[in-house]
Design a protein around this ligand. Structure first.
Ligand code: FAD
Length: 628
């Protein structure tokens, strides 16, 4: 019999970023006793790094904006592979979620007449991003944290205990979702400081663990992004959707090497920053794809006029969706027209006076001054693509955020798939977290209330989870987890990165299979008290599973779409428009750990299709869809 501590809750939320905290608030407000568990300190999740803003069609900066336009932009950005019902709910509900944040104390930047200010971002037809300078994520988390504390104070007054109905377990890692038959019964976790194991029993679990960027060498993502939630769901029997779609943000820092990959917010381009190559040419005008030709300026003059008069001019191509800009930068560098350190130049200094740049982009100003000794108010930045966001994720029901096939499991935020199709528009993640975080919390609470008797937690499953977590301390564990991690990152960067080729992805799968075998023997010295090597040894299982999903799906999809570019299949193919790729854990690992199946997507509802011109739909939809 194991001596692992156990506690009973109604809903357990794994992750305390924007999605997890919004889910927890909702579940608690719906009457569920809710536990939140996170790897980092409460208030330190990856979401705090979000800079540019929250996309929501509030029409504060342009009265023509509305949810239908936001929906259209999101579908175009995702190249029509989005789970359209999610894109619809997202566009409809985002404004309410922003106003709600304001009533909870968020202090947004204002327009001259006192409304929430909204800024331009790539792929959004109108200025749409509600923001707090370039520190929006920090304010979002601060506000949700404050809301949680307010609810805990309410609980203290009513029950005499702050944590009676809402408790945060910080600096703790979940390594397994526990099940009773097919349904969820709780989670197995350890305290990162003490190494102590414990179990949170609950009929409903919301996974809100963010992304996978730490599997790639150059990334804007934080240390938490080891794909844990994706792997936890896979191991629990839920499928992952369209994992081939990984967003390479066009503008990460390229110099000095120690900061390579750190994000340069899209707000720089939204506020007028221009991209130039080493010849001084504003090259983005050469890279506007046919599907976007009518919407973007044809000359620098028109693009420049758009900043003052957006109703009578078209936007500059620097504001194309991220996948287009990232590929363009990659091509310029490859053609020998890059900057000295392998990027291109991004310049906002000629657009705005220094004081305005410091006010609108304070973090960027400090980031470049302190890390690269570059004064962005006077000179250009050097930037290049960096792994930023995963569009693929846990396959969920659009309305309820319920993970497919595992009763009691829910997912929201970056870990959930579907919402963004093949490419996410900037600002659409923070709104996604709020809209679907709330929905996940609501439906998890309702599910828990109606679940009947509490599902029992299987003692054997706890012991198996304990043994798995202790394996890195065993005598035959001789591989160094840091070496394995570096090899994994290099392989993913070189072989499944921004431009993909069949032979290279096959090579990647071979390397991943080899790393998986070696990772079984990843070992550490010492004991369980704060031991980062041990944490990494455990995270490797997750990164390897998720990387295999990315590589397998990328090999299977023989077209280029959004965040998936195949050199050997360079065009977007209409026959792939309605095809989802689902990854599941394989029954045996002989042919790899992952099985892949194709699925046809639900037809897009006619009233939503009617929001587009027929000429535009012809570019995306498969023949039979058009006919219907
Ligand atoms: P996170 O905020 O990452 O939270 C994940 C949580 O899960 C953390 O608390 C973590 O500790 C926890 N966790 C993970 N694994 C485990 C585990 N095994 N056990 C327990 N807990 C676990 N998007 C926008 O819309 N607008 C922007 O302006 C914007 N700017 C960005 C700037 C940067 C630099 C970056 C990197 C991203 C930006 N994004 C932006 C994207 C956006 O920030 C993320 O997609 C979003 O914050 C993800 O939120 P989340 O709630 O899903 O996950």
């Amino acid at each position: 019999m194991s001596v692992v501590d156990r506690q009973e809750w109604d809903v357990v939320v794994v992750g305390a970023g924007g999605a997890g905290l919004r889910a927890a608030v909702e579940a608690r407000e719906r009457g569920a006793r809710t536990a939140v568990i996170c790897k980092s300190l409460f208030g330190k999740a990856h979401t705090v790094m979000a800079e540019g803003g929250i996309a929501a069609a509030m029409a504060n900066a342009n009265e023509h904006d509305n949810w239908q336009v936001h929906f259209r932009d999101t579908m175009r950005g995702g190249k029509f592979l989005n789970q359209w019902r999610m894109a619809e709910l997202h566009a409809q509900e985002a404004p309410d979620r922003v106003w709600e944040l304001e009533t909870w104390g968020a202090l947004f930047d204002r327009t001259k007449d006192g409304r929430i200010s909204q800024r331009n971002f790539g792929g959004h037809e109108y200025p749409r991003l509600a923001h707090v300078g370039d520190r929006t994520g920090l304010e979002l988390i601060r506000t949700l944290q404050q809301k949680i504390v307010a609810l805990q104070q309410e609980d203290l007054r009513e029950t005499g205990d702050y944590e009676s109905r809402l408790k945060v377990f910080q600096e703790c890692t979940v390594t397994r979702i526990l099940k009773d038959g097919s349904r969820v019964s709780g989670v197995f976790a350890y305290d990162r400081e003490t190494g102590r194991f414990f179990v949170l029993e609950a009929p409903a679990v919301v996974v809100a663990t963010g992304g996978i960027g730490k599997s790639f060498k150059v990334t804007s993502n934080s240390w938490e992004y080891t794909g844990d939630g994706h792997a936890l769901a896979l191991l629990a029997g839920a499928p992952l959707l369209n994992m081939e779609f990984v967003q390479f943000h066009p503008t990460g820092m390229v110099w000095p090497p120690s900061v390579k990959g750190i994000l340069v917010t899209e707000s720089v381009r939204g506020d007028g920053g221009v991209l130039r190559n080493s010849d001084g040419k504003r090259f983005m005008f050469d890279y506007v794809p046919d599907v976007f030709k009518e919407k973007y300026a044809e000359s620098e003059e028109e693009g420049d006029r758009w900043y003052e008069d957006p109703d009578h001019n078209r936007r500059p191509p620097e504001l194309l969706p991220r996948d287009e800009v990232a590929r363009a930068i990659n091509s310029e560098v490859k053609a020998g027209r890059g900057s000295p350190h392998g990027g291109v130049f991004l310049d906002v200094s000629t657009r705005m006076p220094a004081e305005r740049i410091k006010r609108r982009l304070p973090s960027m100003y400090h980031q470049f001054k302190e890390l690269a000794d570059v004064d962005i108010t006077a000179e250009a930045m050097e930037v290049g693509p960096t792994c930023h966001y995963v569009m693929g994720g846990i396959a969920v029901e659009s309305d309820t955020a319920a993970a497919r096939g595992v009763p009691g499991l829910f997912a929201a935020g970056e870990v959930a798939g579907g919402m963004h199709g093949s490419n996410r528009l900037g600002g659409n993640s923070l709104s996604d977290l709020l809209v679907f975080g709330r929905r996940a919390g609501l439906h998890a609470a309702q599910y828990a209330a109606g679940a009947g008797a509490r599902p029992p937690v299987d003692e054997a499953a706890i012991q198996a989870a304990e043994a798995e977590a202790l394996r890195p301390f065993s005598a035959d564990a001789a591989e160094n987890p840091y070496t394995l991690h570096q090899e994994l990152q290099q392989a993913m960067n070189d072989l499944v990165g921004i431009i993909r080729r069949e032979g290279e992805m096959e090579q990647a799968l071979e390397r991943l299979a080899n790393l998986r075998v070696r990772a079984e023997r990843a070992g550490v010295e010492g004991h369980r008290q704060f031991n980062p090597g041990w944490h990494l040894a455990l995270d490797l299982r997750n990164m390897l599973l998720v990387s295999e999903c990315v590589a397998r799906a990328a090999l299977e999809r023989t077209e280029s779409r959004g965040g998936h570019t195949r050199e050997d299949h360079p065009t977007m193919e209409r026959v792939w428009r309605n095809v989802n790729l689902l990854c599941r854990l394989a029954d045996s690992v002989d042919g790899g750990a992952i099985d892949l199946v194709r699925e046809t997507t639900d037809p897009i509802r006619p009233d939503l299709l009617a929001l587009f011109e027929k000429e535009e739909l012809v570019k995306y939809l498969a023949e039979e869809e058009l006919y219907e």
